[in-house]
Ligand binder design. Sequence first.
Ligand code: UD1
Ligand code: MG
Length: 463
Amino acid sequence: MTSTLTRAETWSLLTLSACCVGIIVNTFQGDGEPLIASLAFSGIAFSFTFSLIRWLGHTFMKANLKGRDMSKLKKVEIPENMGAVCAVVYLLVIIVFIPFPFYKDIVAATSGGGNREFVVEHQQVDTGRILHKFPHNKLASYLSAILSLQSVVLLGIGDDLFDIRWRHKLFIPAFAAIPMLVVYFVDYGVTNVVVPVQLEPYLGNMVDLGWLYYAYMAAVAIFCPNSINILAGINGIEVSQSIVVGFLLLANDILSLWAAPSSPTPHPATDPHLFSIYLLLPFLGVSMALWWHNWYPAKVFVGDTYCYFAGMVFAIVGILGHFSKTLLLLLIPQIANFIYSAPQLFRLIPCPRHRLPRFNTRSGLLEPSVTQWPRPPSRPVAWMLDLLANFPLPMLKLEKNSKGEIIESTNLTILNLWLVWFGPRREDRLAIELLAMQATCGIIGLFVRHKLALLVFREDNRA
Ligand code: UD1
Ligand code: MG
């Protein structure tokens, strides 16, 4: 990869940045338009990330942050851990953005200068607010989101540098989630869940889960980053799946804002979705710049930092935006991959360091990769593997020796499963097909959430 931008790239990025700066300056007039400012900040984030990835490639290689692309004929080394650049630009941008949604509300609702004596009636602040302005108390959520992201990025970079063990990695995001769970406790504190209509006769219409609800949210925060990190190993898949999920979440926000009661004094229930948009737009900006360099044939790798960072952005918007169930609905391929991987993650089946599909140097296509059994599996495990291999759809492929003992089985990731089902294919085709599947599942998920949820729940919480 060259370390400079071409002339065309330089001019395009400069034009984009100049337009975005112009838009931001314009939002200072009048009432301020944080949504538009957020969009413009995302454009700037894109330009910065794009240029920095290009400029820093060599520096990263020199610092030994490099990886070998295993699915190519020539296994060249390329810069690894470029997601760290995304994460840093993202953090800086959302910090600079703070005054935009908050300043007007804080200053306009008081006499300014930190004085609180002319505080506008609480009720008026809550209902008489213009759509994109945030009340002061949302600042705590926003800051806790930044703190959680910073911790996860710090830990992610540590992982990329020192290759932390899997059992420790799993819990990295749990610590990072503490600030946001604390804010959830202080600010919102609701641990009730609505019971589906069909179960109401037995459970009533609400169930208070108490501390279990916090355990559930911590589990979401652990799951999201790790699930993206294990659906990985072919060019572009980590960042592309994150972009698809990001757009689906954005679509969910737009649908929810659309459906909110329209009146000149918008309902406070719209806040969580604005919060989510403010965090998602710059995320998509930095991710698209990374995508440009990571798509097949990859010129840089994203590193674990990116996977943790992306997953944590999703967890934060899901939890602090109060739509973690919708979030899980949009992560169905990741959930399927996690469940399918579980026997290897929990060492029922040997788990090699890398489970990415195997590159066939003759055909240039990817095939399912296998794990060798150092000694034949125990009876129950062999029985389970045989069952899975002969399922109506084969869930894995086995290799046996002359004595009928299992010596090899395919690695349990949905990338390999796809190859078992549909045969060998080129790396980019596999990525495109999986992304199409992710997008389809997500669109069905959104349909279920916005159209069918009323079959199961008495009322829709967006209204
Ligand atoms: C996770 C997966 C592992 C998979 C790896 C690939 C689990 C438990 N772990 O491990 O099975 O092999 O991600 O990212 O599921 N690489 C490529 N082509 C790519 C992307 C990565 O060859 O398109 C290779 C490169 O050598 C790169 C390395 O994978 O340096 C990065 O692996 P890393 O992210 O450190 O692996 P893990 O996240 O630990
Ligand atoms: Mg990884």
